[in-house]
Design a protein around this ligand. Structure first.
Ligand code: NAI
Ligand code: MG
Length: 360
């Protein structure tokens, strides 16, 4: 039976890059004989909100909960809907309700992408020399809806928002990260913390890391407070392999990591429910980019790479690898392939999508 994929393009450049993700997905499916059923949905977008007053229909779980995976574009259009309304009303519901507790975000220096950083000795990074996987906790932590506002609108106004860490929630994402580190050649896991300042939850996070490390004597482990960790990302990004972090810290590191690799326009992400009780969701790290939306110049590679991660998760490693090779071939400096403006060219989103598809 075909793989059933729910496709939600969302807002802004989501509408422009998702078709390119599908173009390449289709090419890979043909080449490897994978049967796909694509079902398109218009909810989880600010357009839908303006028409219905909600980001999602009441029965959204029935509509997409039975699919094998969700391919998502981006959500947000702050000119019409506040960001916390659009994000909490859609993507954050998916992550929670489908228990996608791992947000896996690769940051890899690709060929042909201008690296904004140089090494301390003044030399340049070679493609592949920066190659890390950021594992972000995706269902609890700092992203909690527990809190409130008191004395609203008065001088005594107070706002509180709690951080939630459960043993199950912390342990399962750490377990995933330790296993991932063990599966990689360098077997190195870095934990992001801030236990000097955040004195209750972060020491707990460190304690769980420490406890679990007993099961992984073969994994080299270190930890840094988030402030200096961001500095290390900039000054020696090549020394990181797998980096595990809470929801907020992981969010920050997973924009910084890809930015250290040249452009967030190529950074993919996988929101995983590793037990496969619910569909996992695959989306670019970037958002809807209102500043370039409608111009047809967004880089589609983050979306294409996200589709590749989806195929990998669904058991088609060879199709994933073929897409990655195609991306690397197209990006390579002398390929002559079209490049979008963020890559220093003048090509359109569709030009670049077609080039990757043709490579497959
Ligand atoms: P953003 O990622 O949309 O844009 C940041 C900058 O990167 C912009 O200058 C944009 O032009 C550029 N950029 C992003 N993707 C690109 C691509 N594929 N090719 C070339 N350039 C690209 O982040 P921003 O501006 O903070 O947020 C805009 C909207 O997106 C907001 O409504 C925000 O809430 C939402 N958002 C949604 C996310 C999601 O759906 N997962 C993630 C991040 C933001
Ligand atoms: Mg983010």
């Amino acid at each position: 039976s075909p793989l059933r994929i729910a496709v939600l393009a969302g807002d802004g450049i989501g509408q422009e890059v998702v078709p390119e993700g599908l173009r390449v997905l289709d090419a890979a499916a043909r080449r490897f004989g994978i049967a796909l059923q694509l079902d398109h949905f218009d909810f989880a977008s600010c357009d839908y909100y303006l028409r219905h007053g909600e980001m999602l229909p009441a029965n959204w779980k029935e509509q997409i909960g039975g699919h094998d995976a969700i391919l998502f574009g981006a959500v947000g259009w702050p000119q019409t809907v506040p960001d916390h309304v659009s994000l909490w009303g859609s993507l954050l519901q998916f992550r929670r309700e489908f228990d996608q507790y791992v947000n896996l975000r690769p940051a890899k220096l690709m060929p042909g992408v201008h690296a904004p950083l140089i090494k301390r000795d003044g030399s340049a990074y070679a493609p592949g020399e920066i190659d890390m996987l950021i594992v972000r906790e995706n269902t609890e932590g700092e992203y909690s809806s527990i809190g409130g506002r008191m004395f609203a609108g008065t001088e005594r106004e107070v706002v509180i928002q709690e951080t939630v860490m459960s043993r199950i929630g912390v342990d399962r994402v750490l377990r995933y990260a330790f296993e991932l580190a063990r599966s990689r050649p360098r077997k190195h896991l870095t934990s992001a913390t801030k236990s000097n300042g955040i004195s209750i939850t972060m020491p707990y996070w460190d304690e769980r890391v420490q406890a679990m490390s007993a099961d992984y004597p073969d994994v080299m482990r270190d930890q840094f407070h988030i402030d200096i960790l961001t500095a290390h990302f900039v000054q020696r990004p090549h020394t990181f392999d797998v980096v595990v972090a809470s929801n907020l810290f992981g969010d920050i590191l997973s924009d910084l990591g890809p930015a250290c690799c040249g452009t967030i326009g190529i950074a993919p992400s996988a929101n995983l429910n590793p037990e496969r009780r619910f569909p996992s969701l695959f989306e670019p790290v970037h958002g809807s980019a209102p500043d370039i939306a409608g111009k047809g110049i967004a880089n589609p590679i983050a979306q294409i790479w996200s589709a590749a991660l989806m195929l990998d998760f669904l058991g088609h490693r060879e199709a994933h690898d073929a897409i990655l090779r195609a991306i690397e071939t197209v990006l390579a400096p002398k390929s002559g392939a079209p490049r979008t403006p963020d890559l220093g060219g003048t090509a359109t989103t569709a030009d670049l999508g077609r080039a990757v598809a043709e490579c497959i």
